[in-house]
Ligand binder design. Structure first.
Ligand SMILES: C[S@@+](CC[C@H](N)C(=O)[O-])C[C@H]1O[C@@H](n2cnc3c(N)ncnc32)[C@H](O)[C@@H]1O
Length: 296
């Protein structure tokens, strides 16, 4: 495959040349759909990435060019969804940015533990959960303070646009090397053999952890069927793919579902901006708390 700078390619309208013809018009159509359906912003600098992620779809479908693929996507909602899923970046790991889980434990879970034991409701949300390592890290943090959480009114909502990663999270099986990121005490208490692969390279999260979490498909661009209010929301490393205006809308919507004093955790390269800032105060690196009372 050659670069967009290839002069003969640009003369013929091709953006990239390679196994499949890929024109500027194809890229623009794909970028328009990704933006409209999932908020994902694809500048032309991402053309190579789009090509390589979608080439797998073309091969799987036996399609010979991106023009034919665009026709399929126009006519077939399922393929449109598969295209969006293929364009998502799902990198994640257990206890990614550990300071957020420290904050969750000390500033959110420990202060409400007694109230939870009396039967009061605790709700957390992982709003772009990928393959589940983030909501499981949240659940393990809760269990480190309230080991009996599964028998209380404590629930974690874990959502993502991509159905494949949601299914992976729901299954709760991970390579042993990945699980090595989990602190040793929590690892030995809450992981066991994978029943489908006993003695193999994967471990499964125990049922008491899994039962705390509800994995569901949800597009942050669409309607949200959850009302909260949430004690804490993790929305990390997803709005980075959205344009500024879309980011600000997401921050406002998330903030409106937080309890007073509830925490919002965001990715290391993200910042809350727009209207939500009037309702939030910073409480550490990429950690925000919802203010009490009316916006100032
Ligand atoms: C890089 S992962 C972040 C996972 C986790 N939050 C973390 O920080 O480790 C980004 C996730 O956002 C999801 N995503 C992208 N656009 C989305 C949208 N519009 N609605 C919901 N999820 C979306 C992707 O499917 C992907 O799993």
């Amino acid at each position: 495959m050659t670069s967009a700078a290839d002069s003969s390619a640009s003369a013929s309208g091709a953006l990239l040349t390679g196994e499949f013809a890929f024109t500027d018009a194809n890229f623009r159509e794909i970028a328009r759909i990704a933006k409209a359906e999932a908020g994902i912003d694809l500048p032309q600098s991402k053309a190579t990435l789009v090509y390589s992620r979608l080439a797998k779809r073309l091969r799987a479908l036996g399609i010979r060019s991106f023009s034919d693929y665009c026709t399929t996507v126009r006519e077939n909602d399922d393929e449109r969804n598969s295209m969006i899923a293929a364009l998502t970046t799902n990198v994640t790991r257990f206890f990614r940015e550990p300071h957020h889980f420290e904050h969750l434990r000390k500033s959110i879970i420990e202060p409400i533990a007694e109230s939870a034991r009396r039967g009061n409701r605790v709700r957390l949300w992982s709003a772009a959960c990928s393959t589940g390592q983030e909501p499981y890290s949240m659940a393990l943090t809760v269990l480190s303070v309230i080991p009996e959480a599964a028998s209380l009114d404590v629930r974690i909502l874990a959502t993502d646009l991509n159905p494949h990663v949601v299914a992976h999270g729901r299954r709760g099986c991970y390579q042993k090397e990945e699980v090595a990121d989990v602190p040793a005490g929590l690892r030995s208490s809450w992981f066991g053999p994978d029943p489908e692969n006993p003695g193999g390279s994967t471990l499964r999260v125990d049922d008491d952890v899994r039962s705390l979490i509800s994995f569901q498909e949800l597009n942050l661009m669409g309607a949200w069927r959850f009302k909260g209010p949430f004690d804490a929301i993790f929305c990390r490393n997803v709005v980075i793919y959205f344009d500024r205006e879309t980011q600000n809308t997401v921050w406002s919507r998330l903030t409106s579902l937080l309890k007073e004093n509830g925490a919002l955790y965001i990715g290391h390269s993200e910042r809350v901006a727009g209207q939500a800032t009037a309702l939030l105060t910073t409480d550490g690196i990429t950690t925000y708390r919802k203010k009490n009372g009316r916006p100032s």
